[in-house]
Design a protein around this ligand. Structure first.
Ligand SMILES: Cc1ncc(COP(=O)(O)O)c(C=O)c1O
Length: 385
């Protein structure tokens, strides 16, 4: 199998699986219980919290565990809007993950005015538009750090400066950047930041929201006293343990993975561009999570390519996992100005820790032939811009 869909999810790292399995066998206590078997679990949760906080340049008390990256995004946005009832505006971008876009759409229905910052052809936000959109009514700016479909990295430090000058809170969805590039909450200057374990070789169903000390925010979920009353519900202990270990492994491996993924990605990109005619690369050449490659294969339907690759056990994506099976083309590709038929011809290949040179060789030997065959039977006229 050649797995090139690491932006959708990553395989569990063996060290994470081992840690989780040990924990499962040895601990069942409720972290809220005051006797030793409960306290032990609470301590283990806090060890994971400490590892994650440190990796982000935050302190332990600023990390709240959630049920996913999606919940962290919802918490940040709805939590801030709820905490500022006197303000009813927010700003986000046109290329956010559905976890943010759909939350913003929901708030719009409740009367919140949402400004969607447009992006250029590489997926970079329009900073002038952003500046102009801020009003005294703006409660929050939420701009993703790296995009899941294109990998484009936004200038979050600049966005934070703009936000600070106007006294507006800033959230960033760092689900696709954490573990791949430096994510330091102080260097970025953000007030809130979302992450998720299953994109970094940890388990599914656990995420976290960084909340800078002193930030006014309401909880999404009410109930017990867990997570300093910011997220009620008995903790997903096993998930949190795996999350902490996944981050520990990243820190241990340092830049090893980054360098290797960059190299593999470079040869894959070059190979595709050299071997396949009428291919359009989507995304930013430089300011990009390098392991994310998005190509339009002009004249084809992406789904046909995806299915043909799958018969060879090569797994890629037609965009974000959430738009899989959806009829309409990706909102991200539309936002960078791709015509619908070009957007629908686009494939995302996202590399990860476990990819090898052999994987790239396999893709480069299978993909050109698949594209050529599909083009022979395709009824589309290939028309380049
Ligand atoms: C940028 C981004 N934000 C949020 C999410 C949602 O994370 P989760 O799957 O943990 O809900 C994803 C997952 O695809 C993502 O890529």
């Amino acid at each position: 199998m050649v797995y090139l869909d690491n932006n959708a999810t990553t395989p569990l790292d063996p060290a994470v699986a081992e840690k989780m399995s040990e924990f499962l066998k040895e601990h069942f206590g409720n972290p809220s219980s005051l006797y030793p078997i409960g306290r032990e679990v609470k301590d283990i949760i806090n060890e994971a919290r400490e590892i994650i906080a440190k990796a982000l340049g935050a302190s332990r008390s600023e990390i709240v565990f959630t049920g996913s990256g999606t919940e962290a995004d919802n918490f940040a946005i709805r939590g801030v809007l709820n905490a500022f009832p006197e303000k009813n505006e927010m700003i986000t971008s046109a290329i956010e993950h559905p976890a943010v876009i759909q939350t913003a759409n929901f708030l719009e229905q409740k009367g919140v005015k949402v400004s969607y910052v447009p992006v250029d052809e590489h997926g970079m936000i329009d900073l002038e538009f952003l500046k102009e959109a801020i009003t005294p009514q703006t409660a929050l700016i939420s701009i993703m750090f790296a995009n899941n479909e294109l990998g484009t990295i936004q200038p979050i430090e600049t966005v934070s400066k703009i936000a600070k000058e106007k006294g507006v809170l800033i959230h960033t969805d760092a689900v696709q950047s954490f573990g791949k590039i430096d994510v330091d909450v102080n260097a970025l200057g953000v007030d809130l930041l979302s992450i998720s374990a299953h994109k970094i070789y940890g388990p599914k169903g656990v995420g976290a929201l960084y909340i800078r000390k002193g930030t006014k925010i309401s909880p999404l979920i009410y109930g017990g006293h867990q997570e300093r009353e910011m997220r009620a519900g008995t903790e997903n202990t096993i998930g949190i343990v795996g999350f902490g270990e996944a981050v520990r492994v990243i820190k241990e491996r340092g830049y090893k993975d980054k360098k290797r993924i960059e190299k593999l990605s470079k040869s894959l990109k070059r190979g595709v561009e050299e071997k396949i005619p009428k291919v359009k690369f989507n995304g930013h050449e430089k300011k990009r999570i390098k392991g994310t490659l998005n190509f339009s294969f002009l004249g084809l339907e992406a789904e046909a390519i995806l299915l043909a690759l799958a018969t060879k056990e090569i797994y890629v994506s037609t965009g974000s996992a959430c738009s899989e099976g959806a009829e309409e083309e990706s909102h991200v590709l539309s936002a960078i100005g791709l015509r619908p038929e070009i957007a629908r011809s686009s494939i995302r290949m996202s590399l990860g820790r476990f990819n090898t040179e052999e994987d790239i060789d396999i893709v480069l030997s299978e993909l050109p032939e698949i594209v050529e065959k599909l083009r022979q039977i395709s009824s589309f006229e290939i028309e380049e811009d």
